[in-house]
Design a protein. Structure first.
Length: 424
């Protein structure tokens, strides 16, 4: 690696490692990233950089340069709940077991180096977005924020879409850990699934469980029958659609000595195919309704659209490819993988040419208690180099941005997006 940016990033590696330790130790759940935000801005201020746009609890952005093309880079700041992680917060068991703190360090490092060493003769602008609440967790708290009007949707990027925070952006670049790999790797053109969050409440009738169970209507039995019906539906799932249905019993009854009058089944329906996601979700609804009726119970179904499938811009990924090859060679490129995981970056990809490249350098299970950064060269330095070289590539060749945008067909407009989420 002999490029200008490669050397600058390598020289900056000791600072990146210090920052990684700092952010790893302050995990915070979505819309609660108070310390993370404070530390990012504190470090940015040492480079005389300040917020350009403040989105409140949804995050903030810093813009460098002006004019066309306008490139957006994005990092997620939040952690998730992993109680047995050694670094879990005592407050709410938050832990950085998904590597979002790495994204924060990568973006902050890219911002610092780009501001200091960029070629000021190049026209164009770069906006660095530090965004809240990617993980779809802590929903009770988020519902309280929604009721108060603090947010409209449950993720940071979704709310920024509603605020039209990306309306002037031509392309979006982001990254995410790949977890543990056997050798240095970069992932391009991957797909993520979309999901619907379901809450099915089964309603029965309470009675004495020993003396008069015949006078009650068992809501737990209705839920169990529904779970069996869903299991029998699985043979209709096609592998190409990458369907996952994972549910949990979040309320099993009221008393051991009473026939359960209310139970709740809650979880996700996922698919990489939006049409198959809709079809499977409707089949589960029908199973719940009719299984309940068969036992004399009723059910209430509440669906919340989660995240939509990530469809990456292949032409934008091709801008990254030669730089990725320099970093990890052909054997290190993982291309066109489809995954069951989801992210709100998928919603962004509806509107703007978007990518999310993957990087190696971590160990343990993603979302697990043993997740850590392992190799800073792969998990910090390589992504920073890839960002900086790709920025220069795009700003030096604005015709590439024009071609990328020409090849992009938006999946949805803002009016349709609001309608999907029942927002006036």
């Amino acid at each position: 690696m002999s490029s200008f940016w490669a050397q600058k990033a390598i020289d900056f590696e000791p600072t990146m490692k210090v920052w990684e330790e700092i952010f790893f130790k302050i995990p915070e759940l979505g819309f609660k990233e108070v310390l993370t935000r404070k530390k990012v801005l504190e470090l940015a201020h040492t480079f005389n950089l300040k917020i350009t746009q403040d989105y409140g609890i949804n995050g903030f952005s810093i813009t460098i340069g002006e004019g066309y093309p306008h490139i957006g880079l994005m990092a997620e700041m939040d952690a998730l709940v992993v109680p047995d992680h050694p670094n879990a917060s005592e407050i709410d068991h938050a832990a950085h077991a998904c590597g979002h703190h790495l994204q924060t360090v990568i973006l902050l490092s890219t911002l610092s180096l780009y501001d200091k060493y960029r070629n000021r003769s190049l026209k164009g602008s770069v906006t660095f977005y530090f965004v809240a609440a990617e993980e779809y967790v802590d929903l009770q708290y988020r519902r309280s924020l929604k009721e108060k009007g603090s947010i409209k949707l449950f993720s940071g990027k979704q709310n920024l879409i509603l605020e039209e925070a990306f309306k002037d952006i031509d392309v979006i670049l982001s990254c995410h850990t790949m977890g543990k790999t056997s050798h240095p790797m970069i992932e391009l053109n991957s797909k993520l699934s979309g999901f619907i969050h379901k809450t099915i409440t089964f309603n029965g009738k309470s009675s004495h469980a020993a003396v008069a169970p015949h006078l009650g209507v068992n809501a737990l039995n209705a839920m169990v029958l529904t779970q069996n019906a869903i299991a029998l539906l699985r043979e209709t799932f096609q592998e190409k659609d990458m369907i996952r249905v994972h549910l949990m019993n979040s309320l099993g009854g009221q008393s051991i000595n009473a026939v359960p009058s209310k139970t709740i089944l809650e979880g996700y329906v996922r698919s990489i195919n939006p049409e198959s996601l809709k079809r499977v979700n409707e089949a589960i609804d029908q199973a719940a309704i009719h299984c309940s009726q068969a036992l004399g119970a009723t059910c209430d179904i509440h669906d919340e659209p989660g995240y939509l499938p990530l469809i990456q811009s292949e032409s934008l990924n091709e801008v990254l490819r030669p730089h990725a090859l320099e970093l990890v060679s052909q054997e290190g490129i993982l291309d066109h993988q489809a995954g069951f995981a989801s992210g709100d970056i998928g919603d962004v990809s509806l509107f703007i040419p978007t990518i999310q490249f993957g990087f190696s350098g971590c160990k343990g299970l993603v979302h697990g208690s043993d997740f850590y950064m392992d190799k800073s060269q792969e998990a910090l330095v390589n992504p920073v180099i890839l960002y900086l070289e790709s920025i220069d590539d795009l700003l030096s060749n604005p015709v590439k941005v024009v071609e990328i945008k020409k090849s992009f067909v938006p999946t949805m407009n803002l009016v349709e997006y609001k309608k999907l989420h029942h927002i006036d």
